[in-house]
Design a protein around this ligand. Structure first.
Ligand SMILES: C[S@@+](CC[C@H](N)C(=O)[O-])C[C@H]1O[C@@H](n2cnc3c(N)ncnc32)[C@H](O)[C@@H]1O
Length: 259
């Protein structure tokens, strides 16, 4: 997300936060540069606060983007990660090697409906700001769960809403709300959706605490330090998030265990 000439002090001011002490030990420019949306390390840290990951577990990071969340999981928890995305970048493997986790993180280019893993292979599946692209389908979890071991855990964090917007978005967001925002759902919606579409029990469904504030900080940084053509839209999102103040937009965080 960040342009090559982004100011390191500004990146540190916006991306280092006491709510994310593990993430804070990673170079802020690295965090900002190799992210497709509000910080994947924050999303990973928010989720792993609720998941018991132990060294040697096999984890699928589905929709990993640049795979910095996969690197984070490997370094912080000693797990083995398959970093999976349909648009794997050429920079991803060098990033993994540079981080010294090449024996723990395997990048794989795969489409979420065409996974080629053995049944029951993973102890955990995480998906950060990606599950909304494929996981709202009623049939998807029934497919995905076959790759989880019995008792294994699915953890997702997605951009979403505090409550379902049955009457449409509020006025201060209406002109920003495009067709793809239909995939923004509430924690309650995700709970019901997952429990009725696969053999799982949802153990946790809430919003990342202060998620909108973190999202706002991210957009404020992007408005100043993303590649120039992206800045106006980020500035406008920052303005709307500030007006919204967490009434509508948040980060649903869901943990479900396979029965
Ligand atoms: C918003 S990006 C988030 C990436 C990364 N997790 C992060 O937080 O920076 C969503 C990612 O999901 C991936 N994705 C979307 N649909 C997918 C699909 N059907 N199969 C595999 N990956 C998919 C995209 O390629 C993209 O990298």
């Amino acid at each position: 997300m960040l342009a090559d000439d982004a100011d390191p002090e500004l990146a540190a001011e916006k991306l280092i936060h006491p709510q994310f002490p593990r993430s804070a030990s990673y170079d802020p420019l690295w965090q900002g540069r190799y992210a497709d949306g509000p910080n994947p390390l924050w999303l990973a840290e928010s989720l792993t606060d609720l998941m018991d990951l132990a060294p040697g577990m096999r984890v699928l990071d589905l929709g990993c983007g640049w795979a910095i969340s996969s690197i984070f999981l490997a370094k912080e928890f000693g797990v083995e990660v398959v970093a999976a995305d349909m648009w794997l970048r050429q920079e991803t493997w060098p990033l993994i090697v540079e981080a010294g986790v090449e024996s723990q993180v395997m990048p794989v280019r795969v489409e979420a409906h065409d996974l080629r893993f053995a049944r029951g292979y993973f102890d955990a599946i995480v998906s950060l700001d990606a599950y909304q692209y494929f996981g709202t389908d009623d049939l998807y979890l029934g497919y995905l769960q076959q790759f989880l071991a019995s008792g294994g855990v699915l953890g997702i964090v997605v951009l979403g809403v505090t409550e379902e917007l049955d009457g449409g978005p509020p006025g201060h967001l209406a002109d920003m709300w495009t067709w793809d925002h239909k995939a923004f759902h509430s924690p309650g919606w995700w709970r019901d959706h997952l429990e009725r579409s696969g053999p799982v029990t949802v153990e946790h469904a809430d919003l990342v605490p202060d998620g909108w504030k973190h999202c706002l900080r991210w957009q404020e940084l992007a408005a100043l330090a993303a590649p120039p053509r992206a800045r106006p839209a980020c500035a406008e999102w920052a303005r709307r998030l500030a007006v919204d103040a967490g009434r509508t937009i948040g980060w649903p965080r869901i943990v479900a265990r396979k029965d």
